[in-house]
Design a protein. Structure first.
Lengths: 356, 356
DNA sequence: TTGTACGCGTTATCAT
DNA sequence: ATGATAACGCGTACAA
């Protein structure tokens, strides 16, 4: 068993370990380790010799060994729900965010992996597994719910984490969020400025916290403008384009009929456009639309007025929020916990009718 | 240091290890381990006792310890390029594939993680890191190039892997692919059946292997139909909708002008529709379109004739291809290596004009 | 059937 | 500055 991997033998090609390095240089593994880890108490000469040999032999520390010894894995996990119906679901959303996170994490020797909570498994069960296995040093949770047991669980387990989204379950963890509150506020003011009074709000069915943020912002800002809330105008929709189609069906049956709708799912307008067309109606004319979008929005005609977020920057901030929560890092500063919403950018289009 | 994690102390809440379990039950850790791993030589009674206690105390084996001891991690990595301009980047491509993979892998106690090759790091360098650290038991590579050094590298390193896409660099690894060859073939025959003779082919700029598959299929099937290839009809395009717009500009300047175009980027037609409109032309009338699509295609009017793939099934097959390559699994069958293209489904639309 | 003891690759402590 | 050696948590031959 000695010196053997469990992988098929490839005839001599074997992984270089720290003891191979030591033997090769005829020094002790302790010295090699210190050299590799850039410890102060090691001769400059031997240090460079070790580094050189390591590079030549292609030495890379074994993950498991290091993790076991250090008690840390240097792995950061981003938990994704494959069945998530959260807004912004989609590859390009996360890939951008990941890239932003990576750009920060790699500078600290940390490695980002996406953990894919299977749709067949309870999210909390899945989470418990990866936590108990000590698979990662820290986690990022997404698809945050209004009340989210995962948050208190992670807190109990004492695993550093941040959330992408807020929650009523608050253990003082850092969070980042997209400024949906601001989106709804701005949208309402834009619509009102163009003479709209009957403004609908499309909400995701699930208990994602963003739903509550949106509805609260909706009520608050309508009230501030002296417009009474018509509860019928607050409608639930399925995610995706099909949700948009049924949304249109729902909206046009209302009496009075809303003249505009605000939404958070960037795919929704595709269905809305389709649903309107099916009813002989024109987007931006018979129904005004405004909500969160991505570059996919540019595929729609007439142009969609929408809000975008800089996802790369979001990723950067998530990483920056995470780092201080991980102790025994030199740059740690537990005092200030990042909690902020990243700002939106408004992209003007032709999907808001001027009612004047 | 004993019994201490590197995480901040949370006052008593400590992770259950195998030795805690042993002490709790007053038996040896060896027995506990055997019980947990369902070894044959352990008393049924003690086994159930151990399992019960494990469940109660929430025991989950430590990843690093297990990996170090077994030489396996039970982690499968899917390598993603964050800057990939591969086709299919876009909404839910990977998430669907992941879900399909998970559905198989979890049954074998394997865990899928997405490894995100940062855009700031050379993909091969990144790959070498995760391989050498023995982070995963197996890998799936995507964005496969015509000649792909990563393939021979993984083969040399003797790490089980499969590729999503074929390559000239062939070390006998299992691969899955979307049947672009079949798409082009079917598209050509459909077009010819409707009287088209001047058929253009839109290719991605990068050296992804799918590009070569498409062009070969294009030549072969045109030849089979006795149509001579006009080299001007084979055009490179940027990815995304903007690529579609410039594609139209390119095509309408050709003399003779093609009557149809085949493409692989599912976003492209959106740009094509736009580009045609800008020139006062009608999709399906002045230029026929057919290619790979996703559910986004349903947003286009006139309806787009296109091909779709079942991404979940693709994921399932990838997992099934991977499993046999990983040795010392009971279900391993190294003899048959899965290499197949997943079939397309044709969705009929109105984007192909009948020239008769 | 169960317990003991060693090894996995690395880091850290304690001598030297 | 360097070498030996004990952890880290788990699996497993081997002994009992």
């Amino acid at each position: 068993m000695l010196g053997m991997t469990n992988y098929p033998d490839n005839g001599g090609h074997t992984l270089t370990g720290i003891r191979d390095l030591a033997r090769h240089l005829d020094i002790s593994i302790g010295t090699v380790s210190r050299a590799l880890n850039n410890k102060p108490d090691v001769n400059q000469d031997t240090k460079s010799k070790v580094l050189k040999a390591a590079a030549e032999l292609g030495y890379v520390p074994n993950q498991a060994g290091r993790a076991l010894s250090k008690g840390r894995t240097n792995v950061i996990g981003f938990v994704l729900q494959t069945d998530s119906e959260g807004m912004m679901q989609g590859d390009l959303f996360f890939i951008r965010v990941f890239d932003g996170m990576q750009s920060v994490l790699t500078q600290h020797g940390l490695n980002l992996v996406a953990l894919l909570s299977p749709s067949t498994v309870d999210p909390e069960t899945y989470l418990k597994q990866i936590v108990a296995r000590r698979f990662t040093d820290a986690l990022v949770l997404s698809s945050i719910h209004r009340n989210d047991a995962r948050i208190s669980y992670l807190s109990d387990q004492n695993l550093p984490f941040a959330t992408l989204g807020r929650s009523l379950t608050d253990v003082g963890q850092p969070w980042l969020d997209l400024d949906f509150d601001g989106v709804v506020e701005d949208a309402i003011h834009r619509l009102i400025a163009k003479g709209h009074r009957k403004i609908a709000l499309a909400l995701p069915r699930s208990d994602l916290n963003l739903r509550h943020i949106m509805v609260e912002s909706y009520r608050r800002n309508l009230a501030r403008s002296g417009i009474e809330v018509n509860e019928d105008f607050i409608v639930e929709t399925d995610a995706g384009d099909n949700g948009g189609v049924t949304l249109v069906h729902d909206l046009i049956e209302l009496n009075p009929r809303p003249t505009a709708v605000i939404y958070s799912d960037h795919i929704l307008p595709f269905g809305i456009y389709r649903g309107l067309a099916e009813n002989g109606l024109t987007p931006g004319q018979d129904l005004s639309l405004i909500g969160v979008g991505t570059r996919l929005a540019s595929l729609l005609t007439p142009n969609l007025s929408h809000y975008r977020f800089n996802l790369f920057d979001l990723g950067v901030r998530i990483a920056e929020a995470l780092l201080p929560t991980m102790q025994d890092r030199p740059f740690s500063d537990p005092a200030k916990i990042i909690r902020e919403s990243v700002p939106y950018t408004f992209i003007d289009g032709d999907s808001i009718r001027d009612m004047a």
